[in-house]
Design a binder for this molecule. Structure first.
Ligand code: FMN
Length: 215
């Protein structure tokens, strides 16, 4: 083998190593599916069926359901502007939706309709004080990023709470349309959860919301 061939092989090997590393870093993320717009419940039926439920089966959501749930919650519905299915005060888009499932904690990246892995650990039990949170398929955690907001503490508290309410209601309506159970929850031990999630000082847990098949 001449020197040029050896160098070429070394370069090829390095490219392979780097690309396989990149691939293995991204395989932990979950690419979500495009929304299934053909869901046949009407808005009026969803409103009629909206309710809080506190009894969940352990059955997982399908990838399509998980995708539609997150798109409904906070997805991009106008690609050019990146605006969302929910209104957001001053268009700050400060609410991040975290998703705690048995296989780990993920962050919803709305622009790429992607779940990025945050923690490869089941932290569902930490997302609330009620027993059902431990085994329900999905616990959403709504986190306000105050570093994206420009107001004082009072207005940031107010707007992040109202913005979270819209997201939560979209989740309620999607669940009602899809026959899934859900309940929004304020009863969360925020400090240990924030620590486990690795949140920054400017990030505040507003509410959590459990989603799953009804039991
Ligand atoms: C801000 C907020 C916080 C809530 N926190 C909890 C909670 O921690 N645990 C719970 O089981 N339900 C919680 N709920 C759900 C309410 O108890 C529920 O919406 C209310 O009983 C009315 O029932 P409905 O949603 O079926 O109409 C919360 C609701 C809101 C709006």
């Amino acid at each position: 083998m001449n020197r040029t061939t050896r160098t070429e092989l070394t370069v090829l090997g390095l490219i392979f190593l780097v690309s396989s590393r990149l691939i293995s870093q991204t395989t932990d993320d979950i690419q979500l599916l495009a929304p299934a717009f053909e869901n046949n419940a009407t808005l009026m039926q969803a409103l009629q069926n909206r309710k809080s439920e506190r009894s969940f089966s352990e059955k997982d959501l399908s990838l399509q359901q998980l995708s539609d749930l997150l798109w409904a919650a906070n997805g991009v519905n106008r690609k050019a502007s990146g605006k969302r299915t929910v209104p957001t005060a001053r268009d700050k888009r400060e609410i991040d939706v975290y998703v705690a499932m048995a296989k780990g904690l993920y962050l919803y990246d709305a622009d790429n309709h992607l779940l990025t892995l945050v923690l490869k650990e089941d932290i569902r039990a930490l997302t609330g004080k009620q027993e059902f949170v431990k085994k329900a398929a999905v616990n959403l955690v709504f986190v306000a990023d105050y570093d994206k907001m420009s107001g004082n503490r009072e207005s940031n508290d107010f707007y992040s709470a109202t913005d979270t309410g819209f997201i939560s209601q979209n989740v309620y309506l999607y669940c009602a349309a899809e026959g899934l159970a859900t309940v929004v929850r304020g009863m969360v031990d925020r400090e240990p959860l924030a620590e486990k999630m690795g949140l920054r000082k400017g990030q505040n847990i507003v509410l959590a919301q459990t989603v799953g098949y009804p039991k």
